[in-house]
Design a protein around this ligand. Structure first.
Ligand SMILES: Nc1ncnc2c1ncn2[C@@H]1O[C@H](COP(=O)(O)OP(=O)(O)OP(=O)(O)O)[C@@H](O)[C@H]1O
Ligand SMILES: [Mg+2]
Length: 382
């Protein structure tokens, strides 16, 4: 990447009118990766579109600025740049932060290369490492969900039929047995219902195509909030921070209800499980994120995922030992949990072509869903 970008810059900066081939500026602009060129005084000479979005400034604003105007002088990025100038080599640094009153980016990878044609100039390629990590994790979630789908089909087929026979027989017996024995028949019926519910939940893992349309995500959130507050989250405050201008999600309403419900239920359960000393709160929020377009792993779709739905709680956080397998089925830290909630969330979000991001530390756990918007012409989306 770095060599390719560097030679494109060579073309941009040389501006040889006789040069043939694609317009290098256009090529750089089309790159989804933020790329900037700094001159020997750290003044911005060029920024592609992705960089404009990444830095939140237009090219004309940037070219009137120096890097020092954007980040404080003690940021390690300056050290990186001067090493590149002095040694004339390409250096990458991972997990860097760029933090200033106007810019806050954590966990980015910065690749700095010298540009021999323009002594002192440095090309910076900035990459948000969290996006790469998310994609990586998403792949794992998908395979986890897949491994359950075959089992789900077998269970649904082989367990449900005999189960309804057992339940029916227990119900018939109920009418004719003594009170003492009735307790046992009720037990059989209740336990059969529990197995049926479990199998029903597993069935959703099947590989059926989903029906999708325009879904008002605020109505979905509102519905789940009401369900939660009239039941399992009756004593927990729920705050809503919605962006009212948000367009419709391209999705399946019932499945999205299930996703949000599972996330809110987990949030409520984590708050309830913690010391009641802290004031438990769940925050539901929505927003619009510009410029995220991702190739969905395992398909040739290129989805635009600009809608962000977040479920946040101030509970004790996700136990560190289950974090690496959080979205795998049957992973749970609860005595009565089945560990299917998040596996189902991952499966549904993946079916929607969306992504999930998780951030958790004591006192703040956030699940962020990135979802596709309703396309102008829904037939364009497979
Ligand atoms: N908001 C959260 N705060 C803290 N831990 C969480 C949170 N959400 C999920 N977890 C952890 O992730 C585990 C898996 O969650 P998941 O929803 O898949 O299963 P479960 O809630 O245990 O059972 P089920 O949802 O099937 O009833 C939970 O047991 C819990 O340890
Ligand atoms: Mg759960």
């Amino acid at each position: 990447m770095s060599n390719a970008v560097r030679s494109m810059f060579a073309v941009v900066t040389r501006r040889d009118p006789s040069a043939r081939g694609p317009d290098a500026t256009a090529l750089l602009s089309a790159l989804p990766v933020p790329v900037v060129l700094l001159d020997r005084d750290n003044r911005f000479r060029f920024a592609n579109q992705a960089a404009e979005q990444f830095l939140g400034l237009s090219t004309s604003q940037l070219t009137a600025m120096r890097l020092d105007d954007l980040v404080p002088g003690d940021n390690p990025i300056f050290q990186l740049i001067s090493t590149v100038r002095a040694a004339e080599v390409t250096i990458s640094d991972h997990d860097m932060s760029i933090e200033s009153p106007r810019l806050r980016k954590y966990g980015i990878t910065v690749q700095a290369s010298p540009l021999p044609e323009e002594p002192g100039s440095v090309v910076l390629v900035l990459q948000d490492a969290s996006a790469a990590r998310t994609l990586d994790r998403q792949l794992t979630f998908r395979s986890a969900a897949r491994s359950v789908s075959g089992m789900a089909a077998i269970l649904a087929h082989e367990v449900k039929n005999p189960l309804s026979g057992i339940r029916g027989a227990a119900q018939l017996l109920e009418a004719s047995v003594s009170d003492a024995d009735r307790e046992l028949t009720v037990l059989i019926r209740d336990e059969a219902d529990r197995i049926r519910d479990l199998v029903d939940r597993m069935e959703v893992f099947g590989e059926k195509p989903i029906e999708r349309g325009a879904v008002n995500i605020h109505r979905v959130l509102e519905h789940v909030r009401r369900l939660a507050q009239s039941g399992f989250a009756a004593h927990i405050g729920v705050r809503e921070l919605y962006d009212p201008s948000l367009p419709a999600v391209f999705g399946n309403r019932d499945q999205l209800v299930q996703v949000i419900l599972n996330l809110v239920k987990n949030a409520a359960e984590s708050i309830t499980s913690s010391d009641a000393a802290t004031h438990g709160e769940i925050v539901l929020s929505t927003g619009f994120q510009h410029g995220v377009r991702l190739a969905v792993p395992g398909s040739d779709q290129r989805m635009h995922l600009p809608l962000v739905v977040s479920v946040r709680d101030n509970g004790p956080g996700i136990p560190a030992d289950i974090m690496p397998n959080l979205f795998d089925p049957f992973v749970t830290s609860k005595c009565s949990g089945s560990g299917l909630g998040l596996a189902l969330v991952a499966k549904i979000v993946a079916d929607h072509g969306g992504l999930i991001e998780v951030d958790s530390r004591p006192g703040r756990t956030e699940f962020r869903l990135l979802l596709p918007m309703l396309p102008d012409d829904p037939d364009d989306v497979v």
